[in-house]
Ligand binder design. Structure first.
Ligand code: B16
Ligand code: MG
Length: 220
């Protein structure tokens, strides 16, 4: 199967908004008197907003309107923190790799669980390097369901078997596998070891070096 498109996750792949998510959750947790550490935040990688709150609550149940109030407050804090995001916040290698894909005639998409992804993409200055942007509002079932990546592939007009998903979260790799995509996991093997190819980051990554590995994979 040829490789015709790449679908990128946002947080942890193209930029590190995890820090801002952490600060926003931490502020909320402090206000509410809940314990919340950086390590707790790691488990929230790629997890949608509402599910993140439920994980922080560790089984404690709350009325729906309270859940809404808490997630809205967290998002207000998050929006405050990302106000300063600029092209300088792109992770090393991200822009170069996107440019290389475009120059090689491949298509590119964003597949992020974040409802704020379009704003972050604008601020990072990479909107013109992405053919399609999908986010937390695009589909009902979130990662590890494959729906978001399937939707991105459909909008790109490329079958999943000819797309490569780039992810930093275990839930994202699971979504890619479930959808029949080839996958690149960025980060430690303990987290993204289920990916077809595991790399520390996009820094120094070149399509011509990567392609033979991706093409050698049996189609899923
Ligand atoms: P929002 P990704 C994810 O982004 C984050 O990793 C996760 O921490 C966050 O809760 C989720 O987006 C939802 O974000 O509250 O802005 O809608 O990794 O899928 O790009
Ligand atoms: Mg991510």
């Amino acid at each position: 199967m040829p490789v015709r498109a790449f679908i990128f996750d946002l947080d942890g792949v193209l930029t590190d908004t995890a820090e801002y998510h952490y600060r926003a959750w931490k502020r909320l947790a402090d206000e509410e008197g809940w314990p919340f550490t950086r390590q707790d935040n790691e488990a929230l990688r790629g997890i949608p907003r509402r599910e993140s709150l439920l994980m922080i609550l560790k089984g404690q149940t709350l009325p729906e309107e309270r859940i809404l109030e808490l997630t809205e407050r967290k998002n207000r804090y998050y929006l405050e923190y990302i106000r300063e995001v600029s092209p300088g916040d792109l992770l090393p290698g991200a822009r170069e790799f996107l440019q290389e894909l475009r120059a090689a005639g491949l298509k590119t998409a964003l597949g992020s669980a974040s409802k704020n992804a379009p704003q972050v993409v604008q601020q990072l200055g990479i909107a013109e390097l992405l053919d399609v942007i999908t986010d937390g509002s695009s589909v009902a079932r979130q990662k590890p369901a494959p729906d978001l990546f399937l939707y991105a592939a459909e909008r790109l007009g490329v079958p999943p078997a000819e797309c490569v998903v780039v992810e930093d979260a275990a839930a994202g790799i699971a979504a890619a596998r479930a959808g029949g995509f080839r996958s690149i996991g960025l980060g430690p093997v303990e987290r993204v070891g289920a990916a077809d190819v595991v790399l520390p980051s996009l820094e120094g990554v070149r399509l011509e070096q990567l392609l033979p590995h991706l093409l050698a994979l049996e189609s899923r």
